[in-house]
Design a binder for this molecule. Sequence first.
Ligand code: G6P
Length: 614
Amino acid sequence: MCGIVGYIGKQQAYPILIKGLKRLEYRGYDSAGVALINDSSSLNVYKTKGRVKNLEEACAEKDTSGSVGIAHTRWATHGEPSAVNAHPHYSQSKNLAIIHNGIIENYSDLKSRLQEKGIEFRSDTDTEVIVQFIEYVQTRKNLDLLTAVSIVLHELIGAYAIAILDRRHPDTIIAARKQSPLVIGIGDDEFFLGSDASPIVEYTNRVVYLEDGNIAVIKRGEDLKIVDIHNIEMSPEVKTVDFNLGQIEKGGYAHFMLKEIFEQPDCLSNCMRGRINTECDRVTLNAVIDFKDRLVNAKRFIIVGCGTSWHAGLIGKQVIETLCRIPVEVEYASEFRYRNPVVGEGDVVIALSQSGETADTLAAVELAKSKGAFIYGICNAIGASIPRVTHTGSYIHVGPEIGVASTKAFTGQVTVLTMLALAVAKERKTITDEEYISIVKELNAIPDKMREVLKLNDTIANLSRLFTYAHNFLYLGRGFGYPVALEGALKLKEISYIHAEGYPAAEMKHGPIALIDSDMPVVVIAPRNAMYEKVLSNIQEVKARHGRVIALVSKGDESIRKCADVVIELPDTLECLEPLIYTIPLQMLAYHVAVCKGKDVDQPRNLAKSVTVE
Ligand code: G6P
């Protein structure tokens, strides 16, 4: 979703801003823009619909000089994607320019009030209201910019991360946040601004995560000043970010998504490092040590998340219920937050989020917290909003995920949920020692088994070509295979734009079977486990209607080979760990179908990596 970059210092700002926007492209966007103050104090704003490269083309002949600037990639919410609606937005006099992530819910009311005062708007955005309002307050009351910003922020309902330039004060950027993240990088006599750390890390690893409700005055030649909304000065907490540039570049792969699929064995090793002790086959999660009573005596777990994270939650439910014998509910965060859920003390709410910024998940956390639940975060982005508001949590440690379609974060989430279930089950004594040791050992063996699966990449690339004709796909699975089917279908639809649905295999008879004909590819997750015979019958039912079956099976399976059109053999593992193996070929299938169809795999249309609006 929208991305923010800013720079003030001794270098030319424009190249830094453009590079920063490119680093944020993964978030998904539809237009881009930049504002710069040059040496003669002109505030130049350039913006275009489309990609950052379109913006660069548009700026080629323009004055892009200046050592202070802000830039933005927009993902449309209010007003269609267009150059006019792209950020930055000028104020009426063009003395101020603003960029904004988030949504201002009362913008329409504020806009009418400003229009009544004679202010003319150039765009359809909620963002323009902020800058027009700030200027109105500033000029009417003859205030300095910081005071005007602070007054206006009190009036805004909604979420924002903003950065503002004032032509008359070229030494300052003012930035503020509420619910949308903002990071300030501290260099040598220079500052960087980002909606996450990725545009900043190549210049400095010293960052300040702006807290909710705070305003930063970023002034050349001075220390960073942070005030809260009541203008009380706060001391900035400088943190060190520990991801490097290599982690956010493609490293020889055609797409970030492919790189991230291939990184999964190493990511899972990182995720388990220090948590699984191979010598004594034990899982140690700090959160379970620090908050043992809360977690082990939980009445119930409620897992909240969106998209792929929600699918990981469905797997978590099965692992936790199986091993810990504690009831688990899995909820879409967007539904949970608005339906006055019965939740309170004794409940543990697990917030699953790769980005740690998803607006609905964050709101679900705040709601559950206000009702007395204990909140456990499972996130990837270090220092993001969700991990900062939870009581405890475990990072998945899979490194920055850039491809919009989530891959390694999914397997990382499933791994952490499994470790959590093992650690809690051990304390509750709901698992035998043998079972515990066998799952720990097998979890530890998963990265190598994943490497084996990744060797199928060329085979899957070839078979993907056979299925690009399809307009619909069905994915079927049972037990642990059902969320895998959902996730496989989501991957395909996200990046190839082929309609795909995941179903519990037995439910096929209650509807989807009507769709099956000789054009319909049906992907079946069919490992040799307790449900094997039942799934085999489902495959027969599909074949009887001439559907084209792509079956994911255990190594050496002969029965399914006889009836399926395509068979992909996968290494054996324990049933509860099958999602970690069976998801990989589905990620590769979606990737190769999308590549064959010429789609933009890393930045699929209309999607955003980090959904910071509800
Ligand atoms: C967006 C992304 C998905 C992701 C979902 C939840 O829709 O495109 O890949 O699964 O948000 O994101 P989160 O960061 O909370 O896991």
